[in-house]
Design a protein around this ligand. Sequence first.
Ligand code: ATP
Ligand code: MG
Length: 563
Amino acid sequence: MEEQEKSLNFIEQIVEKDLAEGVNNGRIQTRFPPEPNGYLHIGHVKAICMDFGIAEKYNGVCNLRFDDTNPAKEDTEYVETIERDIAWLGFKWGKIFYASDYFQQLYDLAIRFIKQGKAYVDEQTAEQIAEQKGTPTEPGVASPYRDRPIEENLRLFEAMQRGEIEEGKMVLRAKIDMANPNMHFRDPIMYRIITSHPHHRTGTKWKVYPMYDFAHGQSDYFEGVTHSICTLEFEVHRPLYDYFLDQITGENFAGLSPYGPDYRPKQREFNRLNITYTVMSKRKMLQLVKEGLVAGWDDPRMPTVCGLRRRGYTPKAIRDFMDRIGYTKVEGMIDQGLLEHTIREDLKETAPRVCGIFDPVKLVITNYEGEGETLVAENIDGHEELGTREIRFGKELWIERGDFLEEADNKFYRLSPGGREVRLKSSYIIQATGCEKDADGNITTVYATYDPDSKSGTEGGNRKTKATINWVECKSAVDAEVRLYDRLFAVENPSAEEGDFRDLLNPDSLKVVTAKVEASLAKAQQGDHFQLLKQGYFVVDDDTKPGHLVLNRTCSLKDNYLK
Ligand code: ATP
Ligand code: MG
């Protein structure tokens, strides 16, 4: 219904056109191809929603493929967390593949290229190769090794794989065109030697590893991917993606796919996600983690999926956010406020309201007799269907220090001796009578009287006051460690600034306070969401243990996001 009314994004339009034209026999297959060299961040989620979303919408399949061609940076730890995060977001992959599954096929393909005179072994340094690349307006210079005999190329490439050549001493390059206006065609590197790090899956079996450009398109092809969707920075790689496929499809069909000579995957690109006040790069995030500048990949200030989860974001809110920003071909920056807006919209409907006092001062109700009583409060005001909870009331309560003023003018509606009547949230009406101070003049106790006939939920409960304040009964109150988070970076676009991005961290991104919270929170479980009245939305942190409650502020109540 709402789904159908929404206009198609440009990738969906391409897919529908392909379907209408019977391209690839109407088969739809996508993949999400993370490199297991870090944790997933919210930028990846944009790609995930696209890759899995297209497959879901058009009865196709989306596989998960780990792009594990650089053993120096990759690890099984990352493979596991990537799977966990995708599952948490609520997506289901068809199969799990690894680029390393194709190392033999890719190697054989490289040998085939060499035999066809389409690849050669270069012995120059990386610097020399870079220098010879030329510029977009000037052609490059051919390597002195470019015209080596085929047999020599074969012998050397096999020696590279046997581990007889030192890392960095030789590479295999595609022999294409050193004058091509697309720099990626100027004899791109296909293979390099890595012997310093074992691969997390294949160990030391391989000494040569394929580069992205040679591995990605071929992996898509081996798997039968029809739509290879990625971000805009790969647009300039697309001709090379097609070039390598041209060598094994159509009239050059090499029998490497069950789908026949006419099948080929097509690469399409959309704009990356960038969000203000954060960075969107695994490399930079890894640096923050390694140097202890954040508490880990799942630090609630991090834009990682696990960080967002720990911050209190829900999969629904994150997917909602992706829906709102959409997919285009134009790079831009998304306001962090929009992300907060979507989680606020979600929690507004679902998070039970509870009381927590952040800067407590004791309130004594002088005319209250007895051991106290149990009251009933709605989880969300005006939504009886969302349940109620019990709250403890008694003679001594914690209230916010700022809700009492010893001397106040008549614009102050909260507690002040001789001042107005004030309702205690979900309970009685009180009136302040005075206070007590320590030697330094700090208020230690506030005194008030209550009206026993003003209880919420009774007839007297309908009596209006100008102000309602929050409170927590002293004897039953629970201490909570409350972590108040703010933006990780102090500037809007840390990646655009000169100098070291670590110098741009917001020094006030974490503040910890101990709050007095109502007893119902003692039963809260890790991951439970609450609104602490007047304070914001909070989630029970993973660090919570019996007797030690930790709450993370997900977002404040104020929505500054301008639509
Ligand atoms: P990073 O630069 O953070 O390391 P990456 O692009 O190298 O990211 P990969 O693991 O190679 O990370 O990415 C897997 C997929 O996620 C790719 O298809 C990539 O295009 C996509 N992706 C990565 N970052 C973003 C982003 N900010 N917005 C949208 N898609 C992204
Ligand atoms: Mg990458």
